[in-house]
Design a protein around this ligand. Structure first.
Ligand code: UD1
Length: 365
């Protein structure tokens, strides 16, 4: 059976790694990995391949940054001839980024079976590009791998056949659990002045923000940075900055003279270092989807700076809370520190999702 996997952006890598690992060595299986090049900096891509031990991609389409229409178009143009030549039985796509929808469309238009890992999530907010990517990808995928009960409900409501929906657990958490033992090394905390005697983590807040809705509008971003500054008067705030956010913060400083210097910003981090920072944080402030899940799996309090989430299970069961307005952030941080939420880990977030997906995929033969 020939599998062609497509990845492109940072949150794809930790989701594909367990699937490829589980398929590796199964009889009669061959795997081909395409990197679209949506993310290309070492900090956003190469370092993840090394940490997660993902095989070097067989092909890198090198599409780079562009408008969504150009990016999706370039991925489709690059992938189409590859699918024609490689003739895969299944194209595997993960998550909700532009590379996901572009690959699903290309494979589907060539009548190749599409398997979507992380299907069925819905924020019901179509102003998010990821929501459009999720809806379209799920609609045209043949196998839908889900990791929470509400994802099943969403897919059933949209008319997906029951036989195509597989509750398999969460591959992102497979990766967390595999690499958690490496988060005992506190070198990254020491480097940031957040570990006493190199052995005991000090209390700190971890922030990670890159959604267009939080960072593209300078007024909104100014409000976010001012809230983080307020939080940092009580506890150090560490903020590894995504390239998209970095460019906007630079504009903010130039336009308004708003210096974010009392928030400890640093470059985007490799996977294990960032996982270490999450695991030992008193609170994580984020707008990322994956971070909401990772904090729930590790029992770390999380505040999500968004009006909605496509991952409601992290709120109903896990440690996540929504904070739509940045002005409310300092109060929300205080409340969480005073009474940290006691979450549970959802069913199937147990480190075995990749194996379950591989069982279904090879069973399609
Ligand atoms: C993309 C995904 C988002 C995901 C995020 C994780 C879409 C629609 N969005 O958003 O769902 O949460 O990745 O990071 O697919 N850049 C670099 N180096 C890189 C990559 C990007 O400098 O390696 C800069 C470029 O200036 C680029 C900007 O970041 O224009 C945004 O990159 P892009 O891939 O368009 O979207 P993300 O914001 O990263």
């Amino acid at each position: 059976m020939r599998f062609l996997h497509v990845v492109g952006a940072r949150p794809n890598f930790m989701k594909i790694a367990p699937v490829m690992r589980a398929l590796e060595g199964r009889p009669g299986v061959s795997q081909f990995l395409v990197h679209t090049g949506q993310h290309y900096d070492d900090a956003m891509s190469g370092s993840f391949f090394r940490d997660l031990e993902i095989p070097t991609p067989d092909v890198d389409l090198g599409v780079g940054s562009a408008s969504h229409a150009e990016q999706i178009g370039a991925i489709m143009q690059g992938l189409d001839p590859l699918i024609a030549v490689r003739e895969p039985d299944v194209v595997v796509v993960v998550g909700d980024v532009n590379s996901t929808v572009a690959a699903a469309l290309t494979a589907s238009s060539r009548q190749v079976s599409v398997a979507h890992v992380e299907a069925g999530l819905r924020s019901f907010d179509r102003s998010m590009p990821e929501e459009l990517n999720r809806v379209v990808t799920d609609r045209i995928s043949d196998q839908l791998f889900v990791h929470s009960p509400e994802a099943v409900d969403n897919l059933r409501r949209e008319g997906a056949p029951a036989v195509s929906i597989h509750e398999v657990g969460n591959t992102m958490i497979d990766t967390v659990l595999r690499l958690l033992p490496r988060t005992g090394d506190l070198a990254v905390l020491e480097g940031l002045g957040l570990a006493k005697d190199g052995a005991t983590p000090l209390p700190y807040v971890l922030a990670t923000l890159h959604r267009p809705s939080n960072v593209d509008d300078l007024t909104r971003l100014g409000g976010v940075m001012s809230a983080l500054r307020q939080v940092s008067s009580d506890l150090p705030v560490v903020f590894p900055v995504h390239p998209r956010t970095k460019a906007r913060i630079q504009e903010l400083v130039e336009d308004a003279g708003a210096d974010p210097s009392d928030v400890r910003t640093c470059e985007a981090m490799p996977y294990v270092e960032f996982l270490t920072l999450q695991r030992h944080a008193s609170v994580v402030i984020t707008d990322s989807g994956g971070v909401q899940e990772e904090t729930t799996a590790m029992g770390v309090p999380c505040l999500t700076l968004r009006p909605n989430t496509e991952r409601p299970i992290t709120i109903t069961i896990g440690t996540n809370r929504l904070v739509p307005d940045p002005d409310d952030l300092p109060r929300a941080v205080g409340a969480v520190l005073a009474d940290p939420p006691k979450g549970q880990v959802p069913t199937g977030w147990d480190g075995k999702a990749g194996e379950r997906i591989a069982d279904v995929l090879v069973g399609m033969r």
